[in-house]
Design a protein around this ligand. Sequence first.
Ligand SMILES: [Zn+2]
Length: 312
Amino acid sequence: MSTQVQEELNAAQACIYTRTNIARAYQGFDDTEVAGIYLRGDHCVVVHRDGVEQTFERSLIKAAHQSYTHRLKDFFSYLGPHYRGPSVWHNNAYIMFKGWHYTHSLGHLTSNAKLQQHWADKFIHLSDSAKVTTLLQSNQTDLGHLVAPDGMRLSNRPIDMDAELVENESSIQAPEPWCSCGSFQRQLNNVDLFRQEIEGFKPWCIHLTWFHKYRELLCKRTEARNASTSGTPDKCVAWWYAPPADHTNDGRFVLLYTKSGAQAPLTHWRTYKPKEIFTQHQAWDLFFSMMEAGYVPFPGVALPQLQSAIKK
Ligand SMILES: [Zn+2]
C-alpha cells in the first residue's frame, strides 16, 4: 500500500487528468467504468467501478493534454463562407468562423452556416467583445470565436491628444494571445493552478495554432507572389474542395497547376498527381510544398476558365 496522500483534483488538474487525456497518453485505456480519478505523488490513479485501481504517469498525461490543445486542425476547419479566413474585428482581434460550410456536402445549408453568411460582414459594426462573443458562441449559435493571436488591445481608454506623448512601461503590457473559446477561458481563469502543474504553462488552444499556420500561409503566398519579376506569377496552382458526403468519408481536395499564369486557358493546366486522391488532411502540406516550389495558390472558383475541368 502506498503511504502517499491521495489528492482530489483542482480545477486545472480536472482539465488535464481526464479520461480522454489518459486514453490519449495510454492507448487501449478503457474509460467506460471509471468511478474516480485522483493524484498520488507522480501518479494519476484511476479507480474503476469494480474497485480496481490503475496508476499512470502524470507527466505523460500532461504531455498528452499539451499536444491536444496545441494540435493543428485541417485547413478547412476555420474557414467561413467563400473560404473566408479570420476577419479583422476591433482591438487587434479577429472573427474566426468554424468551417460549417466544409464539414459536409450539405454543410452550407445548416443554420450555423446560414447565420455565418448573414453575419459575416456585420460583426465589425459591434464594438462590445462580450456581445460579439455571445453572438458567436451561445446556446443557440456555434459560429466561431473571437481570437487575438497578438493579444487583445484594451478598448475605451480615454485619449488626450493634446497631452505629452509618454510611453511609460506600466501602460505597456506584453500582449498575450487570447481566444474566447471555452478551452482557452478555462485555462486563463485557472492559470495559476495550471502553472503549478505544468512548468512554463501558457494558455493556448487549437484556434491559436490554426491562426498561426494560416498567417504563415498568407506570408509564404505573398513571398511566392513577389518572387515573380513581372508581379503576376507564372507558376500558379488552383485548388478545389468537395466536402465529405457523409461522416465516414473524407472530402476531396483537387489541384491544377500551370506555368503560364492564373489567367491561362484550361489547355495550359494539368492535374497535380492525377493518380492520387487528396483529402482535407493533406491541404496544409500541399499548399506549403507547392509554395516552396514557387507556385502561388488560388481558389479554383475564382478562375472561371477552369470551371469546366472540375465536375461536381
Ligand atoms: Zn480557442
